[in-house]
Ligand binder design. Structure first.
Ligand code: LM2
Ligand code: CA
Length: 441
């Protein structure tokens, strides 16, 4: 991606779940580009079964680029407008399966022999079943076949031709790593790839099998961030990144919630629905901490109906974000989340934690090698103390609680002073503060 006003790399991306292509284009220009986000994961762009539920998009019927989010032309225009704003597009590639109807998709075409024929319920203790049987009744493609691989690659190359920079490989655990590698070998250019592999204790197919192809989702992060923010205390994040059983930082895509778990795993996933300030603070933590490539979930309200599709009109076409009274949650625009993308970009050169402090429970603070400093108070008590930051002395905009104007170097809200490397931070319950060298007054 190109550089923002201040030349910093881009290090975080957003899932604009079910957003329309035209709305995404505007969002790139007005928000995501200026805030320094690297990319957007967009909903599956291929033609799907009809119906109002969100999950129809995970039931492909052909590889034509058309559907609820808009036309092929609108998709192409979005990709170009986002690119011009410095934001890449990652397409969600549903390539393990087709829709749950008869094994016949004339528009591709795929016929009976292009599919496996195991229709029994998957036993997750059995590698062969995980990768060859129908996932939730969805027709499982013979990804070992040269013909199927070429059809999938043709689809992905079509997207690459429209300017798509990367892919989420949906249900990657259900595709042998070697098959994904073979498909990748047919792709034009060198797209970014991250694979959705839900690691689980005792299962034979592991996330680590896929890292030689591209990045992999690290579900330990999602589970652990939930447990620590809600139960065991965020002080115990000390050392994250060196824990055994986790992917290496440079292989991991991390997230507080994803579109599945915010619906189906409330209670073991922090969500906008039921986690209140913990969800916000967890996103700030994810963006501050040097582990993995973070993805911010940005969805819509669904009022207890887990199947509910998106609002019929988008944020820029008749609806609005929740904080403006609309149906879209717009987490990526919550100030502390939006501005922590800049924090991560401006601290990327110091990929380490320094000056870690915690109170043994739910208050933490840490630095990023003198380029930034963050404090997170995940309990009701006040946090008021002085911290060593290693940062140059001066006045900084608190980017969780104020907007920094890069053009004229001003801050429209609270600032923090670093003096002799020390900063005093005073937070009431469930608040955070952060400063970085890109927002120095
Ligand atoms: C994924 N990752 O591996 C996606 O993140 C997830 O959202 C997809 O499931 C899944 N894999 C398949 O691509 C969703 C949704 C399911 C839904 C499927 C297919 O979570 O509930 O299944 O998409 O649309 C639906 C019904 C299910 C039914 C199935 C087939 O909910 O009850 O199973 O369709 O008709 C008989
Ligand atoms: Ca499969």
């Amino acid at each position: 991606a190109s550089m923002s006003a201040s030349a910093a790399p881009r290090t975080a991306f957003v899932h604009l779940f079910e957003w329309k292509w035209n709305d995404i284009a505007i969002e790139c220009e007005q928000h995501l580009g200026p805030k320094g986000f690297a990319a957007i994961q967009v909903s599956p762009p291929q033609k799907s079964i009809d119906g109002g539920a969100w999950w129809t998009r995970y039931q492909p019927v052909s590889y034509a680029i058309e559907g609820r989010s808009g036309s092929r032309q609108e998709f192409a225009s979005m990709v170009q407008r986002c690119k011009a704003a410095g934001v890449d597009i990652y397409a969600d590639a549903v390539i393990n399966h087709m829709a749950a109807w008869s094994r016949n998709f004339p528009e591709v075409p795929y016929g009976y022999n292009d599919f496996h024929n195991c229709t029994s319920e998957i036993n997750y203790g059995d590698r062969w079943q995980i990768q060859n049987c129908d996932l939730s009744g969805l027709n499982d493609l013979k990804t070992e076949s040269e013909y199927v691989r070429q059809k999938i690659a043709d689809y992905m190359n079509d997207l690459i031709g429209l300017g798509v920079a990367g892919f989420r490989i949906d249900a990657a655990k259900h595709i042998p790593a070697g098959d994904i590698a073979a498909i990748k070998g047919k792709l034009n250019g060198n797209p970014y790839i991250f694979q959705e592999v839900i690691g689980a204790p005792g299962e034979p197919v592991t996330p680590g099998e896929y890292t030689y192809i591209g990045d992999v989702t690290e579900f330990n992060f999602e589970r652990t961030i939930n447990d620590k923010f809600l139960n065991s205390g965020i002080a115990s994040f000390d050392g994250l990144g060196s824990w055994s059983g986790w992917l290496g930082s440079s292989d991991a895509v991390v997230f507080v919630a994803n579109h599945d778990d915010e619906r189906h795993n409330q209670g073991s996933t922090l969500t906008h629905v039921d986690s209140g300030e913990h969800y916000y603070l967890a996103n700030i933590f994810m963006l501050a901490y040097p582990y993995g490539y973070p993805k911010v979930m940005s969805g819509y309200y669904f009022n207890g109906n887990f199947d509910q599709g998106p609002p019929s009109s988008g944020v820029h076409s008749g609806n609005a974000c929740g904080f403006d009274g609309g149906g879209w949650v717009c987490e990526h625009r919550w100030r502390g989340i939006a501005n922590m993308a800049g924090f991560r970009n401006h601290t990327a050169d110091q990929w380490r934690v320094t000056d870690w402090w915690d109170n043994g429970w739910n208050q933490i603070a840490f630095g990023r090698g003198g380029l930034g400093f963050v404090a997170i108070n995940n309990q009701g008590d006040q946090l008021n103390r002085s911290f060593q930051t290693g940062m140059p002395d001066g006045e900084y905009c608190d980017v969780v609680n104020a907007e920094f104007n890069e053009t004229n170097g001003t801050c429209d809200g609270p600032t923090l002073f670093v003096s002799n490397g020390q900063v005093n931070i005073n937070l009431t319950g469930y608040k955070a503060a952060a400063i970085h060298v890109g927002a120095k007054i």
